[in-house]
Design a protein around this ligand. Structure first.
Ligand code: PMV
Length: 334
């Protein structure tokens, strides 16, 4: 029997009448095989599966408590209720917890701003984990992943440590489209965050994704490419083969950017520094250093390598923020 009917009843049965104070942490995640394109926009249902690695201690901690009226703080500062961030968050809370009492929500990112990483994935994941505790739902993790997905697609992968697969699912209600942790651990694997540009993003990932699906002639090739990448990355993880993993992750990211470059008008996230860094990674590899790159909807790079290569990678890229994906708490812990 599929898990979906029980998820449906778990989600339908949640009580939102009374809340107590609760706090939860969720890590950010980086897709090794990218999610790029939706089959349904309102529920964030993807065209294809994807597979990510969570970022250990880097993520978001969110607290929720009952209050006289709704309020939102980010990094200790009150957030203007008219801001896009506040509107998106409260619209999500209203949908996740219908009929709820007023709440004070306080959220902190443990990702250094200088790492240039978006925090919406860990943000929505930490929020659903905090809501689950605040209302005493005790929902299965897969149900929390379904809720988080509705806030931001990639958030459904931030409910677990380590490698997480997001199966596209086939249901119209999206109950079979959620994250699923892989059992495999790879304690030597590292991710390094490498900033190429600190300026504001020209186009958000949601808009770039929809625009690419609608206008890029190369998008037609994307779903089949992802199927191959997913098969390959699973076998690279099983074999703990950093060359294989790196080649597939790099191909997924560059293929995704190729679909954007062919959109009309093109979406070009790369800055001159991004291109310089891409060449530098390739040069180091030609010199024998096993280091690979991935990129998301932005100009920055994430490097993939093993712990033994870290000193060499750091000396080649002094601005690197190295991350041990296997450190940090279980998502949902304070
Ligand atoms: O879920 P969103 O809207 O943050 O989109 C994520 C898109 C990428 O980061 C580019 C790829 C991915 O799988 O995370």
């Amino acid at each position: 029997m599929s898990a979906s009917p029980s998820l449906a009843s778990a989600l339908a049965g949640r009580s939102c009448a009374e809340a107590r104070a609760a706090t939860a942490f969720a890590p950010a995640n980086i897709a090794l095989v990218k999610y790029w394109g939706k089959r349904e926009a309102r529920l964030n249902l993807p065209r294809t599966g994807s597979l990510s690695l969570s970022l250990g201690t880097l993520g978001t901690t969110t607290s929720v408590e009952p209050a006289a009226q709704d309020s939102l703080a980010l990094g200790g500062e009150p957030v203007d209720p008219a801001s896009g961030f506040a509107k998106r968050l409260w619209a999500f809370v209203d949908e996740a917890a219908p009929g709820r009492p007023p709440l004070a929500v306080a959220t902190e990112n443990t990702i250094p701003t200088a790492a240039g990483l978006a925090s919406s994935a860990s943000g929505f994941a930490a929020l659903v984990l905090a809501l689950d505790r605040a209302f005493g739902w005790r929902l299965p993790r897969a149900a929390l992943s379904v809720l988080a997905r509705q806030g931001s697609g990639s958030a459904c992968r931030s409910l677990w440590r380590g490698f997480v697969a997001w199966r596209a699912g086939t249901r119209d209600d999206g109950l079979d489209s959620h994250g699923e942790p892989l059992e495999a651990r790879w304690p030597e694997l590292r991710i390094g965050l490498l900033l190429a540009d600190t300026g504001p993003k020209a186009v958000g990932s949601r808009e770039a994704m929809n625009h690419t699906v609608a206008t890029s002639p190369l998008y037609a090739a994307w779903p089949a490419a992802v199927e191959g990448h997913l098969r390959e990355i699973r076998s690279a993880i099983a074999a703990q083969d950093v060359h294989h993993l790196g080649r597939v992750a790099e191909a997924s990211a560059l293929t995704m950017h190729a679909t954007m470059l062919a959109a009309d008008p093109a979406v070009v996230y790369w800055r001159p520094e991004s291109v310089r860094l891409i060449h530098e990674v390739r040069r180091l590899r030609e010199d024998g250093l096993p280091v690979y790159l991935t990129m998301d909807a932005g100009p920055n790079l994430k490097l993939l390598y093993e712990a033994a290569s870290e000193p060499a990678v750091q000396s080649a890229f002094p601005g690197l923020t190295p991350v041990d994906p296997w450190s940090g708490p279980e998502p949902g812990e304070d």
